[in-house]
Design a protein around this ligand. Structure first.
Ligand code: ATP
Length: 363
């Protein structure tokens, strides 16, 4: 497995790009560690596949270099890069047995029989395919076929990295969850460098140690699921991660308070100091989880109008309007009474973030 370095990589599908917007991938300068489980997460069109194809060698970047363990592979085609790829739809030999399919990538590379058998049995056991090893791939369900596809990617321990391009799209939701857990287990057991592309935050957050969030052709944050949830460094991360995403309120800072219209929200000393020094368009960000909903006024709470309440099973999402048409969503824990038309919301001071021109203000 390899450390992957993206050295000032950028890509445009236009022959003579003139400005930033002509680039599908803006400047990316990153190092991804050997043995890491990374998820590349972002909305459709943000450049995930472009980046994946640059790493696998299907695409040569317009600018910059790709290095595997320090070796420049930018000019190498996919077959010379030693990468395994798992695509959205299963790529299998239907007439071969499950064993044959799993063994194929190793046979192709001249591994000896005992080594092939050892590795195939190991991967089959992890993916619960041991009982189907002698069955023809054609006789299996779509889910099982995709499991074999995953297995074919995982079976090679000699690869620099394994790239997964939305591999669970065709999988039944229940099995999806199981397979995600399996992949995590595989990563822990086999210490592979895994790069997993998805637009689904749940997939990314449950699979990866590090999530790489992409937006409009750039990487806006790389972090653990907890870091992305607690400290979104870009407004897009706050909005994209979490269900629902972070609340954002345009504000000005006055002493130890944020003013949203004429509503005052108390800040802690550290946040107030950051706000006082900030320039640009300032917004207050807070996750629904860190808002307390009260039926009556409590200390440092603000009045809101309740618009709707959605029951999510073990909690409710209360959508409210605060002041001059600012939408504020709060998470109401199970067992707490639902407010009626009016409510009071208390902001958890230590979870208030300030953003200047979409970027988190921090020390
Ligand atoms: P999705 O999740 O929908 O696959 P993505 O995040 O993988 O999206 P890309 O497919 O990398 O995004 O696309 C990034 C941008 O580059 C988009 O604006 C897309 O229209 C453009 N693009 C992608 N492939 C090509 C191509 N072959 N020619 C021209 N433009 C392209």
């Amino acid at each position: 497995m390899a450390k992957i370095t993206l050295d000032n990589v950028a890509h445009s599908y236009i022959a003579k790009p003139k400005n930033q917007t002509d680039y599908a991938l803006r400047l990316i300068d990153n190092i991804w560690d050997d043995g890491g489980a990374y998820a590349l997460l972002g909305p459709s069109g943000c450049g995930k596949t472009t980046l994946l194809n640059i790493i696998s060698g299907l695409l040569t970047p317009s600018k910059g270099r790709v290095l595997f363990d320090g070796k420049d592979v930018t000019g190498l085609p996919p077959e010379k890069r030693n990468i395994a790829q798992v695509f959205q739809f299963p790529v299998l030999y239907d007439t071969m047995s499950v064993y044959g399919n799993l063994a194929f990538p190793l046979k192709n590379r001249g591994f000896n029989k005992p080594d092939i058998e050892k590795r195939v049995l190991e991967v089959a056991q992890i993916l619960d395919l041991t009982d189907s090893l002698n069955r023809k791939a054609a006789s299996l369900t779509a889910d099982a076929k995709q499991k074999i596809s995953l297995g074919r990617g995982l079976v090679r321990s000699d690869v620099a990295a394994i790239l997964f391009d939305e591999p669970l799209t065709v999988i039944d939701p229940h099995l999806k969850w199981q397979l995600r857990c399996k992949l995590k287990q595989v990563h822990e057991q086999l210490k592979l460098t895994l790069l997993y592309v998805t637009h689904d935050q749940v997939e990314a957050l449950t699979f990866a140690d590090q999530v790489i969030v992409m937006y409009e052709g750039g990487i806006v944050q790389i972090g653990t699921p907890q870091e992305l949830f607690e400290n979104p460094s870009h407004k897009f991360v706050g909005y994209f991660i979490g269900s629902p995403g972070m609340n954002f309120l345009p504000c000005t800072i006055e002493g130890s308070q944020a003013l949203v219209g004429d509503i005052k929200i108390r800040l802690n000393d550290q946040t107030a100091a950051l706000g006082a020094a900030a320039k640009g368009k300032i917004e207050l960000g807070i996750r629904p989880l860190y808002l307390e909903v009260h039926q009556t006024q409590v200390e440092a709470s603000v009045p809101v109008i309740v618009k709707s309440i959605e029951d999510q099973g073990n909690y409710k999402i209360v959508t409210t309007i605060m002041g001059d048409n600012n939408i504020l969503r709060a998470r109401l824990p199970e067992g707490k009474p639902s407010p009626s038309e009016k409510a009071w919301i208390k902001f958890s001071e230590n979870w208030i973030k300030l953003y200047s021109d979409d970027i988190l203000l921090k020390n």
